[in-house]
Design a protein around this ligand. Structure first.
Ligand SMILES: Cc1cc2nc3c(=O)[nH]c(=O)nc-3n(C[C@H](O)[C@H](O)[C@H](O)COP(=O)(O)O)c2cc1C
Length: 189
């Protein structure tokens, strides 16, 4: 672990303190005190429907305001992004998908230099599935891995836990241990 590491925990569940958040919080408790932690419930920052204005004549992406601005600032402030996302319909929860759609706008906001500033950050994933077959989470993980690649980020790894009612996923100690190990591993810049 290098000095001044900062983790942004992006919580994507549509409920508080569900399995995924509980796993992330327990694993994060093992991080060194020098590592800053920012916990962000995407549900607390609702965004309007994303509008693709890329090919509108004369279009310029305005500097974000409100929730969008807070999300952008906190995204840029982190060196590690931890996507703590339950599996919803084999994919990302809608709040998380919309947040990622906004990355497309942030890439184009003059002066933000989103692509350059995201490059080299790491991305880790923890997800919870109720399906007995953990491979059901492959589309979610692949989406995030490919997004990290596109953004020249380092995809650090993913942990898939099993559970449905809040707390069930904690019964499986391996998920907590795997996530603790994943988060505490030094990430080379
Ligand atoms: C809208 C919705 C869609 C879901 N889709 C799936 C799914 O495709 N596959 C699956 O295994 N579980 C699915 N689940 C179950 C959740 O992944 C499971 O309850 C998980 O524990 C929720 O995470 P949380 O406790 O962190 O909120 C779904 C749950 C909801 C609410």
């Amino acid at each position: 672990m290098k000095e001044n590491e900062s983790f942004l925990f992006l919580l994507g569940s549509a409920r508080r303190n569900g399995n995924t958040e509980q796993l992330a919080r327990i694993a994060a408790a093992a991080l060194p005190e020098t590592a800053m932690q920012d916990w962000l419930h995407l549900h607390d920052y609702p965004l309007p429907p994303f509008v693709d204005q890329r090919h509108e004549p004369g279009s310029v992406y305005e500097a974000p305001t409100g929730h969008e601005a807070r999300l952008l600032e906190r995204t840029l402030a982190a060196s590690h992004l931890v996507f703590a996302m339950p599996l919803y319909w084999y994919s990302l929860p809608a709040d998380a998908k919309r947040y990622l759609d906004y990355w497309s706008a942030w890439l184009r906001v003059p002066g933000v230099e989103f692509k350059r500033r995201m490059a080299g950050k790491s991305m880790s994933v923890v997800t919870t599935v109720s399906d007995g077959d953990r491979r059901a989470a492959a589309p979610l993980i692949d989406s995030l891995r490919l997004t990290a690649d596109y953004m020249s980020m380092q995809f650090h790894g993913a942990v898939i836990a099993g559970g449905n009612r809040p707390g069930e996923a904690l019964a499986e100690r391996t998920a907590v241990d795997e996530l603790s190990a994943l988060l505490s591993t030094r990430v080379e810049a």
